[in-house]
Write a protein of this length. Structure first.
Length: 506
């Protein structure tokens, strides 16, 4: 066969082993359903007859699924020509998708355990545009690993410019197993702990044993004070969540490697069981985002995301974070890798101190914090006055716990506010539970949106939003001083706001 994208642009099939993958997956599903089905049949017919029916059903299911996938494989073709990448599939209603080569922004490779064993890879070719029905992507499910790598290299090398400094190519960051220590302090751990507790109750309900499970748990704590019971159960959930977070981190980030390939493509490889490969053309990079979730920030770490065009989430990939260049690592290392990614001697986010925001911005955050803490307490107190005094005590406990925490977070949110200019980049920082520091190329800003609510006007504050085609599409400078904020926007992107600062044309 010719090289992908060669002058002939010949049509190709997916790898024939995809049919085997379908057969094995269906066999696994049939095997999982066989035991419950067998127990269900044993009540009315002999064991040998129940086994016969179950086996016959499993064989029929596997045969039908494999046959359907074989037809799909026979009727699916793709080709990469000089102008377009095309995919045709379907038996009666043929679906045709076509992407112009010059609009292709990403070629992502994914392989689960079964695909890796068979040497296969799913290839997702995308333009990064936000369209319905997946019209901006082509998915090849699946091709050989060698074919996937050839497609990725060929499609992304079509317009790659020569590297400004070839010596900067190569590995920018590689896995350090010590980074796993940041997994337990992420927000994933408590979520996984709660999910595990919910899963136990849900599974027990499926088998009609939920009451027995609750009774067994209550029996273990029958003579234990309520407070200690809550502490023990919460501790068990946290431990479960920490173990789950460690496992999830290992699955997501094992074998991690960030490298710059010749020609200017950033390439991220990662994954233990499911291997993932994401490529970002360097010419589409518009900056970086240093993300510091609260737990990670408290121990001096940060994550690095790319701000780039062509990384829009759509369809089934809406939960896949393709922007992440680096997991949570020590902040100094995150700054160092960010500088390497941007080809800067020092990362812009650490090049100069950010301009703090006026004290009025602190007052706004303190008022929001008090409102958020006291409003639930007020609702509980009113319900308690109407229904039961117990709710009044709960409201009091909530107030005692929530007000100090809310005020501390509000003060931290104010200290996190900042903006500035560092060379070719504008900088903005905000957030407390999730603090984000964005370095965005000034040339990538296509406009400003200026917002000022009634309360902001009284306090002399404005919110500026830098609009760009990259990343999230808009980045806010929240609650800046009115005069200073407008001057900052005018200096960061000259020519956009000057007419408004002069009072308009004429």
């Amino acid at each position: 066969m010719s090289e992908p994208g060669g002058p002939d642009g010949e049509w190709r099939r997916m790898d024939g082993r995809t049919v085997l993958v379908s057969a094995l997956v269906t066999a696994g599903v049939a095997g999982g359903a066989a035991l419950p089905a067998l127990f269900g049949l044993l009540g009315g017919i002999p064991l040998w007859q129940a086994l016969g029916w179950v086996l016959a059903g499993a064989v029929l299911l596997v045969a039908v699924a494999t046959g359907a996938d074989y037809v799909r494989w026979r009727r699916t073709r793709y080709r990469v020509g000089p102008e377009r990448a095309e995919l045709h599939t379907g038996l009666l209603l043929v679906k045709r998708r076509s992407l112009a080569r010059e609009r292709i922004r990403s070629v992502d490779l994914t392989a689960g355990v079964l695909l890796r064993v068979l040497g296969l890879v799913r290839v997702r070719i995308g333009t990064g545009e936000q369209t319905g029905g997946g019209e901006s992507t082509l998915e090849l499910d699946a091709v050989s690993r060698a074919e996937a790598e050839r497609l990725r290299t060929h499609l992304l090398a079509r317009t790659a410019a020569p590297a400004a400094d070839p010596s900067a190519d190569g590995v920018l960051a590689a896995l350090d197993p010590a980074w796993i220590r940041y997994a337990p302090v992420s927000f994933v751990a408590p979520l996984l702990g709660g999910a595990a507790a919910g899963a136990v109750l849900q599974v027990s309900e499926w088998f009609g044993a939920q009451a027995e499970v609750i009774h067994w748990i209550w029996g273990r704590f029958r003579d234990t004070p309520l407070v200690w019971m809550i502490v023990v159960l919460a501790g068990a959930a946290i431990v479960t969540g920490v173990v789950g977070a460690l496992g999830l981190w290992t699955e997501m980030w094992w074998n991690y490697r960030l490298e710059r390939e010749p020609g200017g493509t950033l390439h991220v490889r990662r994954g233990l069981l499911t291997a993932r490969s994401t490529s970002i053309e360097e010419r589409r990079l518009r900056g970086v985002d240093l993300v510091e979730p609260l737990g990670v920030r408290l121990i001096g770490a940060a994550r690095l995301d790319a701000v780039a065009t062509g990384l829009v989430k759509d369809g089934e990939d809406e939960h896949a974070d393709r922007r992440t260049l680096l997991p949570a690592v020590p902040r100094a290392l995150a700054d160092e890798v960010a500088a390497r990614v941007l080809r800067e001697p020092v990362v812009p986010t650490a090049a100069s101190p950010l301009t703090p925001h006026p004290p009025a911005a602190r007052g706004r955050r303190l008022r929001w914090a008090l409102t958020g803490a006291l409003l639930p307490a007020l609702v509980l107190a009113l319900l308690g006055w109407w229904l039961t005094p117990v709710l009044v005590w709960i409201a009091a406990g909530w107030t005692a716990a929530a007000v100090p925490v809310s005020l501390l977070l509000a003060l931290d949110a104010y200290r996190s506010l900042g903006h500035g200019i560092a060379g070719a980049y504008l900088l903005t920082r905000s957030g407390t539970v999730r603090r984000s520091t964005v370095a965005l190329q000034r040339s990538g800003v296509i406009g400003w949106t200026v917002r000022q609510s009634v309360f902001q006007r009284r306090a002399g504050l404005i919110t500026l939003t830098a609009t760009t085609a990259a990343g999230a599409g808009a980045y806010d400078v929240r609650d800046a001083g009115e005069g200073e904020g407008l001057v900052f926007a005018a200096e960061a992107v000259p020519g956009v706001l000057e007419p408004f600062l002069r009072g308009g044309p004429g």
